[in-house]
Design a protein around this ligand. Structure first.
Ligand code: PRP
Ligand code: URA
Length: 208
């Protein structure tokens, strides 16, 4: 099994309940995606490597720390896009590398349509961002792309997951930690998470 972390934070649970509500409008939905992602990222980065750093305060010398690795955020288009801003508030220097995938509605297999990664990796740690881990096909394909790129440390940050998606990542990428806001019951017959929140891309972008 991968390391699976499902947040128990009351603020995450409160905000996910609002996010699920079918009455929540796109503007509020986007705000919640951003806030929940920031809270999940705080938890998902608790063990990032640091090195010692000394700074001069107005009162003297402080022995501090700085994060060692360059961090890359990899939102899976489209729905992962809304997860970037919440993390940029915490890590303004994080690089963002977009991967475009959509899920074929019949086969439920991911289809890649955008990837502009340069030849050599420019980051040491990547956070793969997608609100929905359903069959896990999109997440597994993206993690595979990042491994081929040469990234050494990859973490997945999602808002809702289905057991099927967690199991898929366990089979293909067992060393990648999976951070979720909630683990739902199951997938329905068309591959949607139940109870879930519907289509995360449509609800963010007002296209449903
Ligand atoms: C959704 C979601 C994930 C994927 C999850 O994207 O944002 O990327 O489905 O499903 P999976 O785990 O079964 O692969 P979608 O294909 O609807 O594209 P969109 O983000 O452009 O709406
Ligand atoms: N993609 C979504 O947006 N929602 C789901 O429930 C599954 C895949």
């Amino acid at each position: 099994m991968p390391e699976l972390y499902v947040s128990k934070h009351p603020l995450v649970q409160h905000k996910i309940t609002l996010l699920r509500d079918k009455k929540t409008e796109p503007r509020k939905f986007r705000e919640l995606v951003s806030e929940i992602t920031a809270l999940l990222t705080y938890e998902a980065t608790a063990d990032l490597a640091t090195s010692d750093k000394q700074v001069e305060t107005p009162m003297g010398t402080a022995q501090g720390k700085e994060v060692t690795h360059n961090i890359g955020l990899v939102p899976i288009l489209r729905a992962g896009l809304g997860m970037v801003d919440g993390i940029w508030d915490l890590m303004p220097d994080a690089q963002v590398w977009h991967i475009g995938l959509y899920r074929d509605e019949e086969s439920l297999q991911p289809v890649q349509y955008y990837n502009k990664l340069p030849t050599a990796p420019t980051v040491g740690v990547c956070l793969v961002l997608d609100p929905m881990l359903a069959t896990g096909g999109s997440a597994a394909a993206t993690i595979g792309i990042l491994k081929d790129w040469g990234v050494k440390q990859i973490r997945y940050v999602g808002i809702l997951g289905a057991p099927e998606g967690v199991e898929h990542l366990a089979q293909e990428h067992p060393e990648v930690p999976v951070h979720l806001g909630a683990l739902d019951e199951r997938l329905n017959e068309i591959g949607y998470i139940v109870p879930g929140l519907g289509d995360a891309g449509d609800r963010q972008f007002g296209t449903g």
